[in-house]
Design a protein around this ligand. Structure first.
Ligand code: SF4
Length: 333
């Protein structure tokens, strides 16, 4: 027997919302999903009228849904934003080359300008080359650090006011768990912020901060969005994988666990006497850094000097190692 949509529109329900358990029809689900993202944007004061916003686009489900929803809300609520797509090509054969095809298709579909920057052009190293040099253990450290800076560089080239990323509620809850397990207080505080504003860098915001991954998949499915779903060929990020499995187990027992963990992260206070990293400017590249040399420059120097493990771990430790190296291997500060 068909179940009626819980919002009393008179249509039959076709899905059960993972977040609320409500049985909804497609149209009411789209409306509820988009309204929640709109509320997140308004309550978090993410944008100002006239802003140019770069959507960090990978071709995956999160950034594709983000592009679709931001376009819809921008028109529906007259945000007055100029939306552009910004993609980073890490140089991963069989993964990023294919997902970038989807980004090109999205560019046409959403009628948004697209800028692609590659690791090869920015750093002289593709991820394929990095993995050949460092192996499959720390590859994601290089990739994550380089991507972060590459997005900043792209955003500067596009003169945007803000970068919107597709981080969803599950990603953030996972990161909260990982930072607790690592005792990384500085990151714990930052990872739940809906906007990260670092002096000298372009702000980043997360419009999907409270959106469950399962609902993103449902939205993309029912909207028939064109996205790329293959996992990266260098994916084994074991630590995050354990946090993800743990979170999925918790979600099965209690769906609100995801939001509960985010709220816990938001309400945690850091004791006044805890020393937090101070932001400065990297003496090599001029980008924001809490060390004299930023992580990206440290990793890059390590690669270029045949010391690929140099930047893995704490940058302050790597700096100490550097002074003991023979002159030919030292980095100029
Ligand atoms: Fe980069 Fe690792 Fe993500 Fe692959 S899984 S795209 S190597 S961070």
């Amino acid at each position: 027997m068909p179940v009626l949509c819980a919002s009393k529109c008179g249509r039959n329900a076709v899905l059960k919302r993972p977040k609320t358990g409500d049985a909804l029809c497609k149209e009411c689900f789209f409306w509820a999903f988009e309204l929640e993202v709109h509320s997140t944007i308004i309550n978090g004061k993410l944008f100002n009228k006239g802003d140019v916003v770069a959507i960090a686009a990978s071709g995956g489900k999160d950034s594709t849904v983000l592009a679709q929803v931001l376009k819809t809300l921008n028109e529906r609520y007259d945000y007055g934003l100029k939306l552009v797509l910004l993609s980073i090509d890490e140089g991963i054969t069989g993964y990023r080359d294919d997902s970038l095809k989807t980004v090109h298709e999205n560019k046409e579909e959403y009628e948004m300008p697209l800028k692609i920057l590659s690791y090869e052009q920015l750093y002289g190293w593709s991820m394929d080359k990095i993995v050949a040099e460092v192996g499959r253990k720390n590859n994601c450290t290089f990739c994550g650090v380089f991507r972060r800076q590459a997005l900043d560089r792209g955003a500067i080239l596009l003169s945007v006011n803000c970068i919107a990323t597709g981080h969803n509620a599950d990603d953030i809850a996972e990161t909260v768990l990982m930072n607790i397990l690592r005792g990384d207080v500085a990151r714990l505080q930052r990872c739940v912020n809906i906007i990260t504003v670092t002096e000298g860098a372009i702000p980043r915001c997360k419009p999907l901060k409270y959106t469950y991954e399962k609902e993103i998949v449902m939205y993309a499915y029912f909207k028939k969005l064109n996205y790329f779903s293959t996992e990266c060929v260098y994916a084994p990020n074991a630590y995050r994988g354990h946090a993800r499995t743990f979170l999925k187990d918790l979600e099965r027992l209690k769906p609100s666990s995801i939001i509960d963990i985010i709220h816990s992260g938001e309400t945690m206070c850091i004791k006044e006497n805890v020393k937090m990293p101070e932001k400065g400017i990297c003496t090599k590249c001029g980008f924001v850094s809490s060390q004299r040399i930023c992580k990206a420059c440290m990793l890059l120097e390590g690669l270029n000097r045949g010391l690929p493990k140099l930047g893995i771990g704490k940058t302050s430790k790597a700096t100490k190692v550097l002074v003991t190296l023979p002159n030919s291997k030292r980095i100029d500060f």
